[in-house]
Write a protein that binds this ligand. Sequence first.
Ligand SMILES: NC(=O)c1ccc[n+]([C@@H]2O[C@H](COP(=O)([O-])OP(=O)(O)OC[C@H]3O[C@@H](n4cnc5c(N)ncnc54)[C@H](O)[C@@H]3O)[C@@H](O)[C@H]2O)c1
Ligand SMILES: O=C(O)[C@H](O)COP(=O)(O)O
Length: 587
Amino acid sequence: MPFEVTAPLQESSFSKPKVLIPEKVSPDGLALLKKSLEVHEKKGLTPEQLLQIVPEYDALIVRSETKVTAELLSAAKKLRVVARAGVGVDNVDVTTATQRGVIVVNSPSGNINAAAEHTIALMMATARNIGDACASIKDGKWERSRLTGVEVKGKTLAIIGLGKVGLTVARAAIGMGMTAVAMDPYANPSMAAAASVTLKTSLPELLEVADFLTIHTPLIASTKGMIGAAELAQMKPTARILNVARGGMIDEAALLEALENDKLAGAGIDVWTSEPPKPGDTASRLIAHPKVVATPHLGASTVEAQENVSIDVCEQVIAILAGELPRSAVNAPIILPEEFRTLQPFVSLVEKMGSLYTQLYSTPQRSASFRTTFDLTYEGALTTMKTTQPLFAALVKGLLTPISSQDGLNINVVNAELVAKERGILINESRSRENVEQKGYSSVVTLRARISRSSSMPREQQPKTVAGKATQEQVIQGFVSANIPYISRLDRFASNFVPDGTLLICRNFDSFGRIGFVGNRLGMAKVNINFMSVAPLGEEEEEVENGSGRKDREALMILGVDRPVEDEVVKSLIGDEGVLEASVVVL
Ligand SMILES: NC(=O)c1ccc[n+]([C@@H]2O[C@H](COP(=O)([O-])OP(=O)(O)OC[C@H]3O[C@@H](n4cnc5c(N)ncnc54)[C@H](O)[C@@H]3O)[C@@H](O)[C@H]2O)c1
Ligand SMILES: O=C(O)[C@H](O)COP(=O)(O)O
């Protein structure tokens, strides 16, 4: 099948690419889009309505309210880009987008100043009881002494996360006569020093000196719930806490308890664990608390910031739909969009090849005693790709998925090399000049696993052989046709099957009655067969002795089944009836 490179969508295309914008995005960027694209602004859609209309769109532009879920991305068959008009992409399922070849872009710097100014506004509001005072005077009261505040000059601002927003807040606070200290394990010490911010190495060190504590990290595993009851207890009772980053980093129940019991003087909160908060939940009780100044996620909501992020992401959408490189891609920073799209079916193929290898050929004893080196070879049109990083990442992911917990496995082009190194997986990639079109394919991928004794083991402890040889090699080969991956070689066998779902793979002598025997046993076990494929020995392979004195050729039988096959059923296939080996793999 020809290797297709999707043509960039041009202005002159018969129908213009369509962009869906289900949230309020500033018109400045939209004006740029409208020159060459069909732009549909549809606010207030329910998730169900969004799911229904998304298949017709090439691009989706969102802010923080739209949840770009795996379900939505699966329904969005034409989608090429999700653009986040802002910084945080925690409302976008980036992993699924990556798997589906959808580029996610954001605007990493368009709203920094807005978020920093909002932090300062909340700091001043908590210091001077602005929220409470405003409510009081509107209620017809005149409560001057109850509402006496504090000054920020001479106080210490403690910052968690000295990134773009954190540093901007620090500079403004220092300008108001405050001392700035920060805790950020990844901060650049010289940049901190240049901004007159003192870095602290631990959270307790930071908490104990804070008159105001402000959080400016992303919401990730290490920051989720980082300020709980224990941390609040380490702060001065006169301290105030601010959060203009993300809900979920401060334990809302612990914060409410601290405020109610005078363990903390106040809080200025813009972001909430659940947005919008539900009536009666902890966040709603916090919002109602007189010591809390609350805003509905307004950190980036300034005219200027919205103009910035809108222009930034709209320019990137235009670039991607024209086949060019975006400036701020979250999931594919080093690969051209068209290459990314073309590589996607091969990403799926290589991932399945890796998973097949682990499930069929690797055993725990083997991995402890032997070293496996993987050679990944690309032939045909694939060799013209500028980068094959996504294929490398897919192999690492495929090899590890069957032996990892799903939650912990987030392997992508950014972290694949690191993960491979950490797990001791050696992968050599190479491009072959062989003309595979003669074989009827435009591109072929071959995974060759070479197993040899681990040289790090003391010689006397090394097992004598690997299946009788000093080194052993297994080969899996595949290709893509009409975007569907196929396995064309499985070890010594010339196969042709789609690596998908639950497969029973039997090695048997290629003689009468084997298929009937296996089909019968599966039928008795109430396992339905969805498809069957026979893989004969490759032409160069020899016949072997079949146990009854005759020479016979071996073959593989690959059966797609509708459910996992029990171990005893699999074992019952092996024996006199000619099945030599049987394994179940899930792909
Ligand atoms: N409320 C809003 O409307 C609004 C607007 C803009 C940004 N934000 C949010 O503000 C946050 C900061 O944005 P940014 O642009 O400054 O991001 P950034 O990536 O520039 O900075 C984040 C900093 O956090 C640090 N960090 C990461 N993990 C940490 C940890 N465990 N402990 C301490 N520091 C850690 C990083 O090293 C980095 O320096 C993000 O969550 C962003 O989504 C909110
Ligand atoms: O991550 C961001 O950029 C901010 O939280 C802003 O979100 P918003 O676009 O929904 O205002």
